[in-house]
Design a protein around this ligand. Structure first.
Ligand code: 4NP
Length: 161
């Protein structure tokens, strides 16, 4: 059987959410963690924002503590989605339907990336990644982490099926 590394040729993924300080940096960190855990190599993983409000800032402190709790490394500074991303990355994942619609609005005339809902890879079929930004506590971040974990595994599993 072909190994995962040989079987997968498309290995560049970009996670997008509205602000790039909660959901998408968590998705990026969790995906990197699973890639490492599975001993996979050659993946390029990044995340970005629809909006420019938080550009240059690190993730929300609740995202940071949630990743710390799970011993997952997270190092990211928010940046905005740009036109070059649409042909550099193989997959651009949005966290909700609004993200997908905004991503498509920002796309150049021609591009090669697959634009998909990250939640479409959840074996438990929870399509929308929980947006915890307006919460009073960190519970929604834990939920977001759990969803990103399932979707990361589901996506990687889908590539070798
Ligand atoms: P994210 O969360 O898109 O998961 O990073 C949000 C961050 C900032 C805002 C909304 C959602 N905001 O309105 O500034």
């Amino acid at each position: 059987m072909a190994s995962m590394d040989n079987a997968v040729l498309k290995k560049k993924v970009l996670f997008i959410c509205l602000g790039n300080i909660c959901r998408s940096p968590i998705a990026e960190a969790v995906f990197n963690h699973i890639v490492e855990e599975r001993g996979l190599t050659g993946w390029e993983v990044d995340s970005g924002a629809i909006g420019s409000w938080h550009v240059g800032l690190g993730p929300d402190h609740r995202a940071v503590s949630t990743m710390k709790k799970h011993n997952i490394r997270m190092s990211h500074k928010a940046r905005q989605l740009k036109k070059a991303d649409f042909s550099h990355f193989d997959y651009i994942f949005g966290m909700d339907h609004e993200n997908i619609s905004d991503i498509k609005d920002m796309a150049p005339k021609t591009y090669t990336a697959n634009i998909e809902l990250f939640g479409s890879y959840d074996p438990q079929k929870e399509l929308l990644i929980r947006d915890p930004y307006y919460d009073d506590d960190a519970a929604g971040f834990e939920k977001c982490y759990e969803q990103c974990l399932r979707c990361s595994k589901g996506f990687l599993d889908s590539l070798v099926k």
